[in-house]
Design a protein around this ligand. Sequence first.
Ligand code: FES
Ligand SMILES: [Fe+2]
Length: 346
Amino acid sequence: MLNTKQKTLRRFWYAIMPMEHLADGPKPFTLLGEKIVLFLDGEGKPAALEDRCCHRTAKLSTGWCKDGNIVCGYHGWEYDRTGKLVMVPQFPERQAVPNARTRGFHAQERYGQVWVALDDPIADIPDVPEDVDAGFRRIPQFYEHWKTSPFRLMENSFDAAHIAFVHRNTFGDINDPVPEQYKIEETAEGFTASVRQEVVNPAHAQKITGEPAGKTMRNMVNKWYVPFYRRLDIEYPSGLRHIIFNCATPIDDGNMQLTQILFRNDTEEDCPAADLVAWDEAIVREDKDMLECTDPEVVLDLKMRTELHMVTDRPGMIMRKRLLQVFHDNGEEEYVEGAAPVLAAE
Ligand code: FES
Ligand SMILES: [Fe+2]
């Protein structure tokens, strides 16, 4: 699958950037290979347009906002939040503005982020009920560029076998390579993978987990939503919940944007947000280094046999099957470029 060729992927919402990045003016982003500009309209709501002025093609993201419109920095032409050209400052008062526009995209705010869908969306942004639950706080953890594809991040998030190796210096145990199996239930939006796992709670993690150091059990409910969202709900025996929500946003065929937001049912006094970011950061770094050395192109069609699989890869295999089905349901085939089958030894 090449992300930029699969039209169906244009019909999902993606987290683009934290809302506060737009406070001081328009910002550019590349989504599925499309250069877009984001800005705030007169009501403070996010808007997304093609980052190209219809006068001399200048990037609108180098301009500024005025009364809820975006102004091109080259000759001052103004566009409203839908992309319609509304003002040409060089024209005399009685001369009508040409009937023209730059392309507009769907945009909205959710969980403190700007979300964009390039074409009419076929699914909502996954609901995180804790966002409106007064017992929980929301902590933005990561907003960063990774040189890999969103599918690789998604399947890694459900790959129990990498932990003993990739995370051998944090929480993995390289002498215990056979992981606990997830119980997987497919859902309308993706699947739910659950596991109850024995882990070691290190002394420095006591504030994070609310538990004493030593061996402990924890329940993990890890949900995948088509195409590139994930919600990991970790429940510690202390009653503390550590809920990670990710959106892996496709920038182009080899790059993605990781957005990670944490929800916790404790307070800043119980455990400072900075400690929670630092705790998850060590783990995320290890995944990033490994994923950036994989091939960003993932072939969904298992019949092509471009990769081998093992039992612990079942979540990733279900993802391939479901995503391919969504493409087919939307009248699209998978686009494959250059991927070759795995060689036989003899
Ligand atoms: S290029 Fe935008 S106003 Fe001229
Ligand atoms: Fe990992």
